[in-house]
Design a protein around this ligand. Sequence first.
Ligand code: APR
Length: 318
Amino acid sequence: MLSKIAVIGGGNIGGVLIQELVRRRLARTVALVDVKGPELAKGKCLDIAEGSPVISSDIKVEGSKEYDVIEGADMVINTAGVPRTTRPDGTLPTREELLATNLKITDAVSAGIQKFCKDAMVISIANPLDAIVYRLYQNLQPSRARLIGMAGVLDSARYRYFIAQEAGISVENVEAMVLGGHGDNMLPIRSACRIAGMPVEKFVSPEKLDAIEARTRKAGGEVVKLLGVGSAFVSPAWSALEMAEAIIFDKKKIMAVSALLEGEYGVNGLFIGVPAILGAGGMEKVIEMDLTDSEKEAFKKSVESVQKTKDEVIAMTK
Ligand code: APR
């Protein structure tokens, strides 16, 4: 249990996060900041606090429009940002189109973290994922162990779910990794996908796997279309909590996270989804996976698209 965990942004994802943080008793104090009026954060926290006797919880839950509520937090989970929403003409903005708006929000978030809890471990969820994490890095200059983005855990969970459905096998038996940027060029790593330790191809045909991998790449958009308003929020919150728990309980668990590469995979200075060990030290080690030639090629493509967004961040924030 940590002393204090702060959630920034109390919308759909932030709302699930605070209730789960309290229910799972991951910190003695859970704080929420959201600029939305009249007092969205205060209201969401009061709702949970008033329910706390029912779940026998003495966890303190505090919400505010002001950033001082996050003072002294050991861990920050950042969800502040505009989600992808269907336009009136039925089309979807790309994650990159959200960039301009979300960069401004990210600068406000960074200022809050810098002022009130600059040593906190930061897990960021806002999109476009890899670019927002990079902006936080530019602003906060933390060690790479203390700043990671949540995307790979969710993308891998989606891949695992689709495989489990197709194979008619429990999700618990499906192990998978989705690497690369959190966009259309993400990479479900078929060579690392196992069902109860056996190669996935034993259970699912190559054609079906192609279709599942294509669906995985577009899975966020599929939910956005179905919802009509906003984007997926329960699965992203659970995925960030998976990362938080690995750190809080020093699990040394390997999962796909957006981490700053310092030469691994031949890449330097870019946040992108790779397998990493999460423990008490935060992002403790990047693991270099053995990829097939075509997977290496696909990873290179994904690096190029994340680099493009990073360049846009640099250009837009000059
Ligand atoms: N500081 C704090 N909170 C802010 C700020 C800010 N500067 N700017 C916006 N917010 C808040 C909004 O008021 C809103 O309540 O962030 C919240 C975002 O919540 P939702 O709009 O419900 O979005 P959500 O579905 O939770 O997604 C958040 O995560 O997956 C990504 O693409 C998604 O970028 C989006 C983010």
